[in-house]
Design a protein around this ligand. Structure first.
Ligand code: FES
Length: 576
């Protein structure tokens, strides 16, 4: 009995709101009824939140309202009550200075929105790169039953008879314009041909990588990774996700039951087989941190080390997500690498992964290669260490030039993005040069921008050289390629040795040995450190100030220190 009336004993979480017979229950139900809900909608049936990142400023998620309707139908069909709500959306193509600056902010929005409201389970509607980790992270800190529905990739781009891949071909075209082999008029004419339907990037960039890894993690339904955004089967998947969310609440199948350490290791192996984005490294590390799962940067190397790339997709290969879908999609890849996976793990379907991939098959061996004759050998993301990256750095071998995987060269150092822009077309580089970019990490940029695949200096481009070793504390777009060492930790702005490199220093990259070495003595490095001014953030207020003060380094996922872990779904006080 509360102060002003009797209460019923809550059966579900949502009944702590809607099941009350006191004035609070009156308020909770009464105001909801202004949306036309009938009384029986509050009778204890599972209440499923549809957490939607739809936004016209996030073009990759512009169709999520349509998918939300299909989720809603599925929830109703299974006897639940669907309630859609908006959260911060992060549009990769529009947001400045980088969406990664706001991933953790969006996750806080998601966490608070789920915990503070009368929800028993949630469907996470995601698409563009950061929307997937942001919603996963926020939901994981509450740990209700949850299921991911991705928006799906755009249809293949096509221009002048050639396939166009999102992002990947922008980078190629940009270099072609700089090299004088493509006109600006042609460059602009390709825009509409590249993005010809709703959906996210049609390459195996970060969005497709994260959507596919959700399938491998077991937190999304089969088909989530590759089904095109405009394919009716994507809508059917959304419907089914709504149905499954209700069943998951009834079975109390929470995120933490699915997202376990073995599931993360499966995802690392799948990422290698897909030639997936390096951004998955920071996102999965941050997600594991929210769940308290023992999963580290070294697991990326150890678990993915010998896994080959099976998928011939841009940026590592030539095909696009639509081709991948028709070739069998993520399920076919999971079936190929099943001997390397723990397929006994539970998934949101209520069945083990083995049951989900039992019927999966590859239909086009030019797109999905067999495990015993792969597209590229040993493609797992490599973790490098050495005096230039004491806490680690990463490189994606499948997108790199094999001849540069063991390389020694002289550094050309850029102090940040402005310095890079000002000098990249005038520096005199050689094919052996190593380009170093710093002050682009989580604190330095801030937000760890996707600029680690520095442009090739003009004099090299004109000589027909299209790849050199590049090293930075930045990230790289999942659609990008090249021999690019990323995520150097600690970053320059956090006191990392990257801050101490000078133009002309010798650096040795040895990917097979997993080392990154700056050939300068410790004594000289200490002398340089003493001369160097400490980083001072230009941000005096707002989110950016909070972010710079609390963001952690890339080797643990670049989450904010006070967001690591979770607070569960409990709410200690009623409202008002
Ligand atoms: Fe949105 Fe690539 S820009 S997925």
């Amino acid at each position: 009995m509360s102060e002003d009336g009797p209460e019923t004993k809550p059966k579900r979480r949502s009944q702590e709101w809607f099941g009350r017979l006191d004035s609070y229950g009156f308020i909770y139900r009464s105001w909801m009824k202004n949306q036309g809900h009938t009384a029986d909608m509050f009778d204890g049936r599972p209440v499923i939140g549809i957490c939607n990142t739809w936004s016209e400023l996030t073009p990759c998620n512009g169709h999520l309202r349509v998918l939300a309707e299909h989720v809603r139908r599925g929830v109703y069909a299974a006897g639940g009550l669907p309630l859609e709500f908006p959260v911060t959306s992060l549009g990769e193509s529009n947001m400045r200075p980088t969406t990664m600056l706001y991933r953790n902010l969006a996750s806080m929005d998601v966490e608070a929105s789920i915990r503070a409201n009368p929800l028993d389970g949630v469907v996470l509607l995601v698409g563009c790169d950061k929307t997937t980790p942001a919603l996963l992270m926020g939901a994981a800190s509450v740990d209700l039953p949850a299921i991911v529905v991705s928006g799906g990739p755009m249809l293949s781009g096509s221009w002048k008879g050639k396939r166009l891949g999102s992002g990947t071909d922008v980078i190629r075209f940009k270099e072609a314009v700089r090299a004088g082999t493509m006109s600006v008029e042609e460059f602009m004419a390709a825009e509409a041909a590249m993005s010809r339907s709703a959906g996210s990037c049609n390459t195996m960039g970060t969005a497709s990588t994260m959507a596919s890894l959700c399938e491998g993690l077991g937190i999304a339904l089969p088909g989530n990774g590759a089904t095109p955004a405009v394919d009716a089967r994507r809508q059917a998947l959304a419907f089914e996700a709504g149905r499954r969310a209700v069943a998951m609440v009834e079975a109390d199948l929470r995120m933490s039951h699915v997202l376990t350490r073995p599931a993360f290791l499966n995802a690392v192996r799948l990422n290698a087989a897909l030639g997936g984005s390096t951004n998955a490294v920071v996102h999965l590390l941050a997600l594991a941190g929210r769940l308290g799962v023992d999963f580290s940067l070294d697991d990326w190397d150890a678990a993915g080390r010998d896994v080959p790339c099976l998928v011939n997709l841009m940026p590592s290969g030539q095909y696009l997500m639509e081709d991948f879908f028709h070739a069998g999609g993520v399920g076919a890849v999971l079936a190929e690498i099943a001997p390397l996976l723990d397929t006994t793990l539970p998934t949101v379907t209520g069945r083990p992964l083995s049951a989900e991939i039992a019927e999966a098959e590859a239909f086009d061996r030019d797109v999905i290669f067999p495990l015993d004759a792969p597209f590229k050998p040993a493609a797992g993301i490599a973790v490098l260490r050495g005096n230039l990256a004491p806490r680690g750095a990463v490189i994606k071998p499948s997108a790199a030039t094999p001849a540069l995987m063991r390389h020694t060269g002289k550094a050309i150092v850029f102090d940040g993005p402005d310095d890079l822009k000002a000098r990249i077309d005038t520096v005199e580089a050689s094919a052996d040069s190593i380009l170093v970019l710093r002050n682009c990490g989580p604190k330095g940029y801030p937000g760890m921008a996707e600029i680690g695949n520095l442009p090739i200096p003009r004099n090299l481009l004109e000589a027909g050289i299209t790849d050199v070793v590049r090293i930075s504390d930045a990230r790289m777009s999942g659609t990008a390629f090249g021999t690019v060492v990323l995520h150097v930790a600690p970053e320059a702005a956090d006191g990392g040795p990257l801050a101490l490199v000078e133009t002309g220093d010798t650096i040795t990259l040895d990917v097979p040995a997993r080392t990154l070495h700056l050939d300068v003595s410790d004594t000289e490095l200490e002398a340089r450190r003493a001369r160097r001014a400490a980083f001072v953030s230009p941000y005096a207020r707002g989110w950016e100030k909070l972010y710079v003060e609390h963001v952690q380094q890339a080797d643990t996922g670049a989450d904010l220190d006070f967001l690591v872990g979770g607070s569960g779904d409990g709410v200690p006080r009623v409202s008002h």
